[in-house]
Structure formats: C-alpha cells, structure tokens
Write a protein that binds this ligand. Structure first.
Ligand code: UT7
Length: 324
C-alpha cells in the first residue's frame, strides 16, 4: 500500500461568453425549447468565439484552479488534458496550455476517452502522483464540441456545448492528508459499441475532422446500467458505502440519465449536482465544470466525499470517489 495519496487542492471552470439558447436553436433546426428541456434538461449552451480554441478554454480553467489552490504554474509538474476536440491533431493541447501558462518545465499530454475523459485523466494523474513521478498535476477537461457538430442534425446539435474545467491534484503523505484524497476508481471501455457515438472523420481515415454522430437512445439505454455498476465498483474498492457519499457530481449529458442513476443507487436528489441546464453536454469538461460550480457556491466543502462518473464514445465509462 502506498504511503501517498492525491489530494484536490483547487478547482476552476470556464464557459465561453456566447450563449446559444434553446429558442435560438429552434430558429436553426426543427426543434423546440419544450422538447429539449423535457428530454434533456438543457436550457442553453455556451459556444467558443471565433479564434477561441480548446487550449484557451483550458488555460483559463487551469488559471482559476491554480488561484483557488493558492498556487502558480511553477508549482505544477504534470498537465493531463482530457479532450476529444484538440486544437490540432498534434501537438497535444496539453503542451499548448503548458506554453500559455508560461511553463517551461514538467510534462503534459492529452488523453482521449471522450465524455469520460476527465474520470480517466484523474485516474491517470493519480497513478503518476501516488508512484512519485510527479508532485502536482493540473487535470483539465476542455472541449469545443461546437466545432464537430452537424448543425443541421437536430438529434445531436441541441445536446452539446463548449467549456473547460480543471482540478489541481497534489501528492501528499497519507499522514498529512488525513482522510482526504482519491479513494476508489473504476474504468471500463467496450469497443463493440463504438458505432453508437463517434466522429465520422479523422486523420487516418478521411483526412478530415468529421462530425459527431450518435444513436442517442441506444447510448441512453447503456448509460444508466453501466454507470450504476461502475459506481458500485468504485464504492466497493474504496471500502465505502453509497450512504457515505456527500455529493454526486455526474457527467452532465442528460438530466434524465443523472436522475435515473441517482434513483437506482439510492442517492438523494439534494446530493446531486446538476449544471446540465446551464451548459448542456460539454463532454470531458462537464464533470470539472459541475464540481467547480458546486465548490464556488459553497455546497462542496473540504472533507466531503464526492462521487464523479461519466459515459460516452467508445463506449468508455467510469467513476471515481474523492474526499476533497
Ligand atoms: O455524453 C455522451 C453520452 N451521451 C448521452 O448520454 C446521450 C444519451 N441519449 C440521450 O440523452 C437521449 O437519447 C436524447 C436526448 C439524445 C434523445 O432522447 P430520446 O428520448 O432517447 O429520444 P429519441 O432519440 O428516441 O427520439 C424521439 C423522437 C424522434 O422522433 P420520432 O421518431 O419518435 O418521430 C426524434 O426524431 O424525438 C425526435 N427528436 C427531436 N424532436 C425535436 C430528436 N431530436 C429532436 C429535437 N427536437 N432536437
């Protein structure tokens, strides 16, 4: 057993200025505010400005997380960016954020697990920190999904938005951390379901970026069961029980999914952090954005046990328990 744990030092989020409401979308495709709100809970989403890139969103979220932690880029030696919408095919968006933060030390890389990217990135950074390979990590989820949407497809374009969230994770001795830290993690993928949610382009296949395609109702069917099983696995690994969870901070894809998961797990509604109405599905950014919102408004307090989870393209899904 390691003598070290990864502890959350600060959280930050950023949403681009431009807002696109459901009524705005109703002028673009055959949809209504009523349909979108009733089927998803989404009221609006934020769209990155021309010339505003995933790295810009991620850099602002990172700066806010550093500020919340009382740290500077000098204190960070690892950057893990979860994104499915990198600035470029390469280099990694993490290296661009590293440069924008003015860092000339440490290492950064991108991680691709689509909507589950932030959970996978926390797991990855946690392993590096606990093994002692790095001291402090910026774990960032940053996306500009507006750039890969088919804006004529009402079944997908109403669901997604742009944004970024970031967490500073720090390696601490267990003695110092007390009960804080990353407790349990469960990650899964199953490529048999890759055609349920994918982008129909890429450097190796079409030499284009491609557009997002989704069989939404099929993804929905997988979501509730797979997330619930994953949460139970994380809770078991951590030696905890569902009743110990103070806050459920899920991937913000659809209010119906997160309510159904909470109900299946027996998590009371008042413990569920939902920001889906405010920004829609921001893929890898949605969990840290929701965590930042609930931290900034004082709901999530030091010492609380937070459950995060996500599912998306791959299919890839997972969950983690963190005492913040
Ligand atoms: O983050 C990655 C993970 N992704 C998700 O978790 C998404 C999971 N899926 C979902 O959230 C839901 O399946 C959707 C919100 C995408 C769709 O809701 P649904 O209740 O599963 O609806 P549906 O796809 O079965 O479609 C029902 C009807 C269809 O019309 P017909 O065939 O019944 O006449 C659709 O054509 O709703 C229609 N429809 C729309 N109507 C108005 C689909 N999109 C729209 C729209 N406005 N935007």
């Amino acid at each position: 057993m390691s003598e070290f744990v990864s502890v959350v030092r600060g959280v930050g989020g950023y949403l681009p200025e431009r807002v696109l409401s459901n009524d705005d979308l109703a002028k673009m495709v055959d949809t209504t505010d009523e349909w979108i709100a009733a089927r998803t809970g989404i009221r609006k989403r934020h769209i990155a400005a021309d010339g505003e890139f995933t790295s810009d969103l991620g850099t602002i979220a990172a700066k806010r997380a550093l500020e919340a932690a009382g740290l500077t880029p000098n204190d960070i030696d690892l950057i893990v960016v979860a994104t499915a919408t990198p600035d470029h095919t390469f280099p990694a968006t993490a290296t661009i954020i590293q440069q924008k933060l003015g860092m000339t030390h440490g290492a950064g890389f991108d991680l691709q697990a689509v909507c589950s990217g932030f959970v996978f990135a926390i797991a990855t950074a946690d392993n590096f920190l606990v093994r002692g390979q790095f001291e402090r990590a910026l774990v960032i989820g940053a996306e500009t999904f507006s750039r890969i949407l088919d804006w004529s497809d009402r079944s997908t374009c109403v669901l997604f938005g742009d944004g970024a969230g970031a967490v500073v994770l720090e390696r601490q001795e267990k003695k110092k951390a007390g009960d804080r830290g990353v407790k349990g993690i469960h990650l899964r993928t199953d490529g048999r379901y890759k055609d349920l949610l994918f982008v129909d382009g890429g450097p190796s296949t079409t030499q284009t970026v491609g557009k997002l395609r989704m069989v939404g109702n099929q993804v929905f069917k997988h979501a509730v069961g797979k997330i619930s099983e994953s949460v139970l696995a994380s809770v078991k690994q951590a030696g905890l029980e569902i009743k110990d969870i103070d806050w459920f901070v899920p991937h913000q894809a659809n209010q119906r999914i997160l309510s159904a998961v909470a109900e299946r797990l027996g998590l009371e509604e008042h413990k569920v952090v939902s920001t889906v109405a405010e920004h829609g599905n921001t893929s890898a950014a949605s969990v840290p954005l929701a965590l930042a919102a609930a931290t900034d408004d004082g709901r999530v307090k030091p010492g609380d046990l937070v459950l995060i989870e996500a599912i998306g393209g791959g299919l890839a899904w997972g969950s983690a328990l963190i005492r913040v």
